[in-house]
Ligand binder design. Structure first.
Ligand code: CA
Length: 225
């Protein structure tokens, strides 16, 4: 599967260079010439990384990064033009993961993108979907940026869903995947845990029910989320 990189850069010549370099190296790219549409796009579409210019026509790249960070854990590389910007990227907790200084070589940028993806990709422990972020090492799941206070089994069930959105798991499968001693539990325990998970998700987003019930079959995570 090709990784998808969102390029947010208002100067066409620079965006061309980045796009060409990344596509040559096998990445899929999306281009935006202003910042705010990135938020709309990220809410709908899965993106593996953002290459973000700081001087954008509608919103400062730093502000945009902070907005993105409220709901997404995706890696962000800043494109910086001035030394004071570099100081800010390096010195403050903007939430960026790396930066490249203009002018840069396409090769350098592509190498940074690959290195950052290696650092942040599964199975190193961090998985993210547009609405969920799974942090395996901390045993935490964030839903729209909010940490869900999950029990051990609730965490295991939700993690199973997040790792394979859309896949329907039967109660038996969930039991086998999530329980240490599946034979000791009753089938309906799963239903009770799912109910608890749904309640916790509803606290964050009352308008959403990301877990789908498939009558007579089991449960899945809504793929569209
Ligand atoms: Ca610019």
């Amino acid at each position: 599967m090709r990784h998808k990189v969102l390029i947010v850069e208002d100067e066409p010549a620079i965006a061309d260079t980045i796009q060409y370099a990344l596509e040559t190296d096998g990445f899929e790219t999306i281009r935006l010439t202003s910042g705010l549409p990135a938020l709309t796009l990220l809410a709908k579409e899965h993106v593996d990384m953002v290459v973000l210019d700081i001087g954008l026509p509608d919103i400062n790249g730093f502000e945009l990064c902070k907005e993105i960070r409220k709901t997404h854990n995706i890696p962000i590389i800043f494109l910086t033009a001035r030394s004071e910007e570099i100081d800010k990227v390096v010195g403050l907790e903007i939430g960026g993961d790396d930066y490249v200084t203009k002018p840069f070589s396409p090769r350098e940028l592509s190498a940074r993108v690959k290195a950052l993806l290696r650092r942040t990709q599964l199975p190193s422990g961090l998985a993210s979907s547009p609405s969920f972020q799974l942090d395996e090492s901390r045993k935490q799941i964030l839903f729209f940026g909010k940490n869900l206070d999950l029990s051990r089994y609730e965490f295991a069930i939700l993690k199973t869903f997040i790792l394979r959105p859309g896949h329907v798991y039967s109660r038996d499968q969930l039991m086998n995947l999530c329980w240490d001693e599946p034979e000791c539990s009753m089938d309906r325990t799963i239903d009770a845990h799912i109910k608890n998970i749904r309640n916790k998700l509803r606290v964050v987003r009352p308008d959403m029910d990301p877990i789908v019930t498939h009558r007579g079959m089991g449960y899945s995570l809504n793929e569209g989320l």
